[in-house]
Design a protein around this ligand. Structure first.
Ligand code: DGL
Length: 284
């Protein structure tokens, strides 16, 4: 008996893969669904190992490589790192590894598009960044902003509790308000006119941040610019899905499926369908 070869899927018909430490990357997926609705998407939330924000570069390189291998097995045509911490700490290593694979897929991260937007938006040359401690320590925003304009001054504030508060779905009580106000205080003191939301979770509390920072401050998040970059990457590599109707999306998570569904449905404001729980080999 001769073996029947599996049907080959044209690279254009493969999904765009998006991953994050949790649900924050859904803010990026939302923009992709708005700008590129005809693509298929596979989203992985590494909820079992959330938060990434205090982890070391070595750990994050291991985690992101492991996740990328899993998404490659799903035949992704492009990899979007919708997590600022993973981008800041692990993007160069991940890019090197992905270009080494036989598929040679491209990897797009969230730091650079925000840096370019922020430098374009500021009138005073004073920019603030709110991000996780690992992202701030990496110096990735300084590098990205100063690559565009070395004269811009950057005030970076590590916010260790903000992503866990958002991911936990806690009610916004007095304690939360005080924590968020304390993160905004150094930026008000530095008199910045533009603030980079340097974590994919933060756009979810954008109204609260705008209130505490003041109406005159421009808030920059990565979703829209990143979606444009994905569109460009697909077009120039002839990888855009040619279909006219809407694509499909599916979700993977490493932690509790019900918790992921409850939060994800709230943030994405659409049903999430079936969610597959995947095991990652490296310890939590
Ligand atoms: N998605 C992560 C980021 O953008 C959220 C924070 C975390 O995992 O600690 O940095």
């Amino acid at each position: 008996m001769t073996a029947v070869a599996p049907p080959t899927v044209h690279p254009r018909d493969r999904p765009v893969a998006v991953f994050d430490s949790g649900v924050g990357g859904l803010t990026v997926l939302h923009e992709l669904l708005v700008q590129l609705p005809h693509e298929d998407y596979v989203y992985l939330g590494d909820t079992a190992r959330f938060p990434y924000g205090g982890r070391s570069t070595e750990e994050l390189e291991q985690f992101t490589l492991e996740i990328a291998e899993r998404l490659l097995a799903d035949r992704a045509k492009l990899l979007v790192v919708a997590c600022n911490t993973a981008t800041a700490a692990a993007l160069p290593a991940l890019r090197r590894r992905m270009m080494d694979t036989t598929l040679g897929i491209d990897v797009i991260g969230v730091v650079r598009p925000e840096a370019v937007q922020a430098v374009t938006a500021t009138h005073t040359g004073r920019i603030g960044v709110l991000a996780t401690p690992t992202t701030v320590d990496s110096g990735a925003y300084e590098e990205a902003v100063h690559a565009v304009d070395p004269h811009v001054s950057l005030t970076s504030v590590p916010c260790p509790d903000l992503a866990p508060i958002i991911q936990g779905g806690d009610p916004f009580d007095e304690h939360v308000v005080e924590v968020v106000k304390s993160y905004c205080a150094p930026l008000k003191e530095a008199n910045v006119d533009t603030v980079i939301l340097g974590c994919t979770h933060y756009p979810i509390v954008r109204p609260m941040l705008q209130r505490f920072l003041g109406g005159g401050v421009t808030l920059i998040s990565s979703g829209q610019a990143l979606a444009r970059q994905v569109e460009h990457a697909l077009a120039t590599r002839d990888l855009g899905n040619p279909r006219a109707d809407e694509g499909d999306y599916r979700f993977l998570c490493t932690g509790d499926v019900d918790a992921f569904r409850a939060l994800g449905t709230r943030f994405l404001q659409m049903p999430m369908g079936s969610i597959e729980r995947v095991e990652m080999g490296l310890p939590v």
